[in-house]
Design a protein around this ligand. Sequence first.
Ligand code: SAH
Length: 507
Amino acid sequence: MTLTRSRAILNALRPHSFANSQTCFRALRSCSRDVPSLKRCFTSGLESPTEVEKILLDTIKYSARCMEELHGVWCHYHASLGAATAGVMATGPISFARYMQMCLSHPTAGYYMKASKPVIGSAGDFITSPEISQVFGELLAVWLLSQWMYAGAGRDIRLLELGPGRGTLMHDVLRVFSQFPAARSATKEIHLVETSPAMRATQEAKLSSLVEQQGWKLHWHDGLDRVQPDSTNFTLALAHEFFDALPFHLLQKTHHGWQEVLIASGPDPAEPTILKPSDKPSLDFSSTKPPAERAARFRQVLSPTPTPSSTLLGLSSTRFQKLPVGSRIEVSPVSFKIARQLSELLYDRESEGTRSAGSALIVDYGGEKVYGNSFRAFKDHKIVDPFHRPGECDLTVNVDFAYLKEASGDLATNLGPLSQAIFLHRMGLQARLDALKASAKDDDRRKDIEQAAKRLVDPTGMGTQYQIMGMAGRRQGELTDEERWPFLEVAHNDSQHHEADEHLSST
Ligand code: SAH
């Protein structure tokens, strides 16, 4: 297979001074966001409640309309299913989706919305790949650039990022684009989908000088639905650690169908539907519970019967229908909707799919399957209970890439997902590292470059826990192997791991 195109781009890419993200990496070498397991418990409510916690408790108490948004999404994309649920609103306990949305995105108290504390980096709660090494963004840029060369050359480039955080990834991508005259002059607009004003300010500070210097235009949007399809341009999109932050619903399969696991306020003997591991709702005798649990402000309850929304979400993938009674699944209709919207931007309706309108990369925790127990929180670089200090911790849930494919498959050719390690190795990690090391000023710097890259491809950590999926707007004719690179089939299941290990041992 071929590495020719990415090598050619890499060779032309000037060794660039080592970004200050490396300093950040040094401080965080031992901290990790990539911890797979979670000890699940509901934390005690003995501490004073956080701002979000107070809002949540009120929301639960005063009849939360927690299914409204979900209902809207499905009515739009699955009209026949949505119609069956018309007018239904849940009250009382709230969904995990509402909990997550309030904790992360409440306009004033949400975790991402506050300017008071940084969330990403050494002073924040977690670190992400672009913050660890500039090589990450550069290799993603090489993939985007090669997609444009294959499918979009002749058209202007519109760059798009969902949830750009501190703007580091986009900055690295733009740095690469600015080094190639054809890409530099084709690039016209950069669109950032970001709900947080605090994050927008950070992104502007990071990107504005490079963008102004090149004469490009920066635009921010509250949602992807605000970005208009535009097939006169070729859209190159990125979503890094974005889908894992989107709200999900927790469902449990019972003998009566899918029921929703909801969040109720603290133990209340009058509450009849406390969740048991069994498939039937049963009474909660909270007085028999240990004191810590009695003091908890939130508890899980199972909807007493299947609700229209749990039934609907359970039906939303044939994969879910095959699961046995007792299974729990984390389903994100908002992720489905956004994956769908993304594919709509990549599909060229005007040419009726004769040509593609763009390509995208989605990078996240997860895999090609549905998860049931991956919801977790991060605080100070440690994994914590997702009900700890609501609004003061990052919340994350594994991404079901198969669901994203189901949402987008008719409008985009989905590629992969592939582990981060394989993707980066195949895109020419070693070649880029060699160039950076050759231009590094001393051995310490060279060691930092090397260690940062190792962290990105660590087979026991980020290298395998992060998956990268490509999307190319559907068009007539098959993609060539070169266009699919590095998302090509490997002969045996194990060969991916061998490939990564071989590269690692020589890194
Ligand atoms: N991509 C960055 C940041 C990841 S954190 C990185 O990897 O470093 C998630 C980012 O998505 C933050 O910028 C957050 O403010 C943004 N975000 C979270 N939910 C969002 C939503 N529903 N719409 C738009 N942006 C969102």
